[in-house]
Design a protein around this ligand. Structure first.
Ligand SMILES: [Zn+2]
Length: 356
């Protein structure tokens, strides 16, 4: 065997060296042996994680006689040893397995790593108050310095939808896209894109009409048909509803609740729909920041100037220490009595101008 031959050559070399130099004291040899053994152990742990490769004490002391790292390495790879590697953390997996070598480590460890974490619904962190803002369920563990981002009246165009999604991703932000059924029918692929990119879909009625003026049958259809088309496209019905113009009544609220949705208007209107803000991204930002306070529900639209403003707006919100509510963490509160939703104060002034 070549290894044995190398080993014999080493011994011969040692003998010659000892004879020539005369430095054969036991004390010196032991010191050298200890140092080289440590080095060898380290090499084994790092390179192979194989419990069977490290040399035993006897083998090592023989190799040590040459005080050559090269000789040590060669000896170790060919000689069985289970003592040194058992102390290293990399071998814990294989030690419990049936085989005492490194190959057993891999499947044992990867089995552990492959165990999928249980997929749970996100923990509910926020609840809506009577003016449609959000407060932590537990103030001790959840910051109130957050905002809810919403975009209404889409999906309209790939250019604006994609730009909004890209900016949200850049800021790791989530939002609700309140969509109209007739727009979804025209562009189901855009709705799918929004959902596929991890954003939340909300129901904004089919035709974007004033539901307060509609018959009960019409209200049911305006709300229900959007639930159906969104489910057809994304596989999931919305759990958030915003009436067009912020206009609702008790009947609208009861229908919305019957579909398992949380009814909301907003508490921080960007006024991006208003003539005063058209084509003015900086005005969108200023309007939102003017009304900013913890928990606000920010109303924006899928409009070019809002799309243009979003990156800067989110940056400014972050600079002020605000985070973005993930809609999945909102407790819908549908188990509670209906009084909270029914008595919520609709915003009359802005509602009337939220035309588009
Ligand atoms: Zn709208």
């Amino acid at each position: 065997m070549p290894k044995r031959r190398a080993y014999q050559i080493s011994l011969i070399t040692l003998t010659v060296l000892l004879a020539l130099t005369g430095c054969g004291s036991t004390g010196n040899n032991n010191d050298t042996k200890t140092a080289v053994n440590d080095q060898t152990t380290t090499t084994n742990a790092n390179t192979t994680a194989d419990a069977s490769t490290n040399a035993g004490t006897g083998t090592n002391s023989e190799a040590d006689t040459g005080t050559s790292t090269g000789t040590n390495t060669e000896t170790n790879t060919g000689t069985g040893n289970t003592s040194t590697n058992q102390g290293t953390s990399t071998n814990e997996g294989s030690n419990s397995g049936t085989s005492n070598n490194g190959e057993a480590t891999t499947p044992a460890n990867s089995n552990q790593a492959d165990t999928p974490p249980a997929t749970e619904a996100p923990k509910k962190l926020y609840k809506m108050n009577k003016v449609y803002s959000f407060v932590p369920i537990d103030n001790a563990t959840t910051s109130n310095k957050v905002v809810l981002l919403t975009f209404d009246d889409g999906p309209k165009a790939d250019k604006t939808v994609t730009a909004l999604l890209d900016t949200l991703d850049k800021h790791k932000a989530k939002a609700i896209f309140f969509v109209n059924g007739y727009r979804v029918k025209a562009h189901p692929e855009l709705l799918k894109k929004i959902a596929d990119r991890g954003q939340t879909i909300g129901n904004h009625s089919w035709d974007h009409i004033d539901l307060k003026k509609e018959s009960e049958a019409s209200v049911k259809k305006q709300v229900g048909d959007v639930q159906q088309i969104v489910k057809n496209v994304t596989g999931k019905e919305p759990v958030f509803f915003r009436p067009p113009f912020g206009n609702g009544n008790d009947f609208v609220k009861s229908v919305v609740r019957g579909h398992g949705m949380l009814y909301m208007t907003w508490s921080d209107g960007s006024l991006d729909w208003d003539a005063s803000t058209k084509d003015k991204p900086d005005k969108v930002i200023a309007n939102v920041l003017d009304q900013l306070h913890p928990g606000v529900n920010i109303l924006m639209h899928e409009l070019p100037w809002t799309t243009e403003a979003l990156d800067k707006l989110l940056t400014k919100l972050e600079e002020k220490g605000y985070g973005f509510i993930d809609p999945d963490t909102i407790d819908l509160g549908l188990d509670a009595p209906t009084t909270a939703a029914a008595t919520a104060t609709d915003q009359t002034s802005t509602d009337q101008t939220a035309a588009k």
